[in-house]
Design a protein around this ligand. Structure first.
Ligand code: ACO
Length: 435
């Protein structure tokens, strides 16, 4: 008779154990009872990079990587990208439901009225070297917010938590825009409360001498969609960083700064920057076959392809690819777009990529759009970070409210030296070639 359990026989002892299966998983802690004797610590599961470990129960984002499905709180990403806007999606991700009219009005009001940052934070940003990477500035700026709001340490209080959530979603674009203006040696622009979330962001980036900045409606909407697509993506590297750091009960500014730091890496938020570099290096369609050969020989990676979870076309990549045409109608068409399209076509017909289920991910086309909109490559992961702030905070809130969560602390399998006796420095043998 079938039962929701796993029967496990330890061949070292001949003992049999029955482990319950709940929601398709066994509890790793149930393995602890599997021991060879009283001195044995108990069986561990070894899972570098969490390839098959669920670290939490979550109700925020659902991904079915094999079927190319992404849903926030049950709503398909395609529908949200088509019909919603970023702040509404941020509300949904954070609160679990789409807002009513009254809730939405209050939410937009709250975010809009927290966009300003303390002047000392501006001074901090001014202290960076002229060519400091925008992500480095953002990591520091977000971390520094923690020092302005010491009450944020009281993460157990829902009202305090909500205020920090509002502040972060409101202020991250301001810091991001300051970082951009800093790199150009331009005075920082202050937020304009009359504009939408993305319209104001464009204003803080691009306003020059005009009295009132009017964002281009197509670009404002494109940014809105790109932000929606990046709002959350369940337990990815940066979200895991936010949860792990936040599990020490540090304030959310420090936890989100950890997320920004994780996103900085080329395998995560830095991938679209790498895609552009790669496309520029390839340069023209005729050089694609040689590049593909190099990838297959292990000399390079096809950046913007492959995903830990999606083993099918990333649904976000499909939406971005469609949006690219609308953006290029407003901006100049990207000279690298034909290279990208041809690269995708060739890769999707090549057995190397097909057999490994490597499809374009969200970053394959996003860089081209950002570039056409006038963003330097250093700003690409910054744009990602602005959008992902709502997801990080939703995950942080969920983690703080989850009675099962404790400080995150993985185990290790120690395979280093056994006990050794200390020798004075002069009595140690020099290693022949140095160490
Ligand atoms: N180009 C060439 N080969 C690749 C690529 C790629 N982009 N991605 C994976 N592979 C190959 C690997 O070499 C491996 O081959 P093997 O089985 O012969 O050893 C196989 O496909 C499986 O890949 P893994 O590295 O095991 O997959 P993993 O899940 O660890 O990595 C990752 C996922 C990091 C995204 C990887 O696909 C990659 O580096 N892609 C390029 C970077 C990128 O686009 N990152 C953005 C991800 S999306 C995001 O963060 C928003």
């Amino acid at each position: 008779m079938p039962s929701d359990s796993l029967t496990l026989t330890d061949n070292r002892t001949g003992k049999t154990y029955e482990l319950p299966i709940t929601n398709g998983a066994i509890r790793a802690m149930d393995l602890r009872q599997v021991r060879t004797g009283p001195e044995d610590f108990g069986l561990l599961s070894y899972d570098p990079a969490f390839m098959n470990t669920a670290s939490t129960i979550s109700r925020i984002t659902e991904i079915d990587g094999d079927r190319g499905i992404l849903r926030y709180r049950g709503y398909p990403i395609e529908e949200l990208a088509e019909r919603s806007n970023y702040l509404e999606v941020a509300y949904l991700v954070l609160h679990g439901e789409l807002p009513t009219l009254t809730e939405m009005d209050q939410w937009v009001y709250d975010i809009t009225h927290h966009t300003w940052v303390h002047e000392n934070l501006k001074k901090l940003m001014e202290g960076f070297h002229y060519d400091a990477h925008a992500m480095g500035m953002l990591v520091s700026g977000v971390g520094a917010l923690s020092t302005f709001y010491p009450e944020a340490k009281n993460g157990g209080d829902p009202a305090t938590r909500r205020l920090q959530v509002v502040r972060l979603i409101a202020k991250v674009p301001t810091l991001a825009a300051f970082a951009y203006r800093h790199n150009l040696g331009l005075p920082y622009n202050y937020p304009d409360n009359d504009l939408s979330y993305t319209g104001n962001f464009l204003n803080m980036l691009f306003k020059a001498t005009e009295a009132k900045y009017q964002p281009n409606a197509t670009l404002e909407r494109a940014l809105e969609v790109l932000f929606i697509l990046h709002a959350d993506h369940e337990q990815n590297c940066s979200t895991n960083a936010v949860r792990a750091v936040g599990s020490s009960q540090v304030d959310p500014y420090c936890a989100v700064a950890a997320g920004v730091a994780a996103l900085y890496g080329p395998l995560h938020g830095g991938a679209n920057e790498e895609v552009l570099r790669m496309l520029a290096e390839i340069g023209s369609k005729d050089r694609i076959p040689a590049f593909i050969k190099g990838v297959k020989d292990g000399n390079a990676k096809l950046m913007g392809f492959g995903h830990r979870v999606y083993k099918n076309y990333d649904p976000r990549a499909k939406i971005i690819k469609r949006m690219a045409d609308e953006v290029f109608e407003v901006t100049r068409p990207s000279p690298l777009l034909p290279v990208a399209l041809e690269l995708e076509r060739i890769a999707l017909e090549d057995d190397y990529f097909v057999s490994r289920k490597l499809y374009p991910n969200v970053d394959f086309y996003s860089g081209l759009i950002y570039q056409a909109m006038g963003f330097p490559v250093e700003m690409f992961p910054v744009l990602f970070a602005i959008a992902r702030t709502s997801g990080w905070l939703a995950q942080w809130q969920e983690m703080r409210a989850d009675p099962e969560q404790k400080i995150a602390r993985p185990r290790q399998l120690y395979l280093g030296s056994g006990q050794r006796a200390y020798r004075e420095i002069g009595k140690r043998e020099e290693a022949p070639g140095g160490r």
